[in-house]
Design a protein around this ligand. Structure first.
Ligand code: 6MZ
Length: 336
């Protein structure tokens, strides 16, 4: 089963750039770009992927600062993007939607941040058999003006490169910021044809969950606390839940793999996709997430193929790109 899942051409729809760099690539990046090679750095890498029992979302959010330092220069960001794409391609991911929060610092404006990532995606996709789309992220912990700048850039750059910029991600620490403050800027993005992937119900916040469901979205990140009525609503609206098993269990929002809501979604025949979230931080790969799901819930090969087909369907790819992915999946299935 493991070999089958590694070979399966996969679709990753929920991956944060700075959370997706795996530990070997972090070391490679640090060495290539910054000449970093100390024992202290190696022990920082170990701490980065270690989640003690009882860890929570807050522990997870503190980890991002480590990679953010390495991607705070143009060169670092460019290499990190290339390495991340290379690693997904190595895991036989044929289609990747990468999210990232544009950041400004002494080295780069938010515009430059996005331009560096876009150029790196173009380069990496000529070197690897993978299609990549970009979703600029709004970090709900940052001021509204930052979100407005991000959306304005996504609209402008998306008009120049519509095949590359597919939508907007709304993410960040769910204990920070209010969704209602960001709803108008998200609506603006939607009016301009950008799809919305919204982190919703990652924590139990019933009034915000209600607001988000009324607002609507193209895909729902996590959906952990949606409950039965929320799942029914998502099914009715054909909105898939992006399920991230290792992420949810390691951050303690779900107590065990066996109690993950992926099971409920299967039983309810509700739309769902399997994703990694931050495969670097959570020390996983998409293949490993499939292995986890198949071992925990007894998924068959054919259910894993169906799950991938669902991901193709719910991706922000064009009809032609979807057709190509389906052909690749059929070809793989015939070889089994
Ligand atoms: C919410 C998350 C997240 O944007 O710097 N991020 N937001 N929930 C999660 N579940 C664990 N995992 C990652 O990638 C890292 C950023 O993505 C968001 C956070 O804002 C984090 O700082 P980028 O590439």
């Amino acid at each position: 089963m493991i070999k089958f899942l590694q070979g399966l051409p996969k679709v990753e729809l929920h991956a944060h750039l700075n959370g997706s760099l795996n530990i070997d690539s972090i070391k490679e990046l640090a060495e290539n770009v910054y000449g970093q090679q100390s024992d202290e750095f190696a022990s920082m890498c170990e701490r980065f992927i270690t989640f003690k029992k009882g860890s929570n979302l807050n522990d997870c959010f503190q980890k991002f600062a480590f990679v953010h330092e390495l991607t705070s220069t143009r060169k670092g960001l460019e290499r990190a993007t290339e390495l991340t794409i290379r690693d997904f391609a190595k895991d036989n991911v044929m289609y990747l939607e990468l999210r990232t929060t544009p950041k400004s610092n002494d080295n780069m404006t938010r515009r430059a941040y996005l331009e560096v990532v876009m150029a790196a995606i173009e380069k990496a996709t000529t070197e690897h058999a993978i299609t990549v789309k970009l979703l600029p992220s709004i970090n709900r912990g940052e001021p509204l003006e930052v979100a407005e700048e991000t959306v304005a850039l996504a609209i402008e750059l998306g008009q120049k490169e519509p095949e590359l910029i597919a939508g907007i991600d709304f993410s960040g620490d769910p204990n920070q910021g209010k969704f209602s403050d960001f709803a108008p800027v998200l609506e603006k993005a939607r009016q301009h044809g950008l799809k919305l992937a919204i982190h919703c119900a990652e924590i139990d916040n019933p009034s915000e969950i209600r607001e988000m469901l009324m607002f609507g979205m193209s895909r729902c990140g996590h959906g952990t606390f949606l409950g039965n009525s929320g799942f029914a609503h998502m099914k009715e609206q054909n909105i898939p839940i992006e399920c991230c098993l290792s992420s949810n269990v390691k951050t303690g929002t779900v107590s065990s793999f066996g109690s993950h809501h992926l099971k409920q979604l299967f039983l309810a025949d509700a739309p769902k996709v399997l994703c990694t979230d931050d495969c670097g931080v959570f020390d996983s790969t998409l293949s490993e997430e499939f292995v986890l799901a198949s071992e925990t819930f007894g998924l068959t090969r054919s259910q894993c193929i169906d799950l991938t087909m669902e991901a193709v369907q719910h991706s922000f790819a064009s009809p032609e790109e979807k057709l190509k992915m389906k052909m690749r999946l059929y070809a793989f299935t015939r070889r089994q």
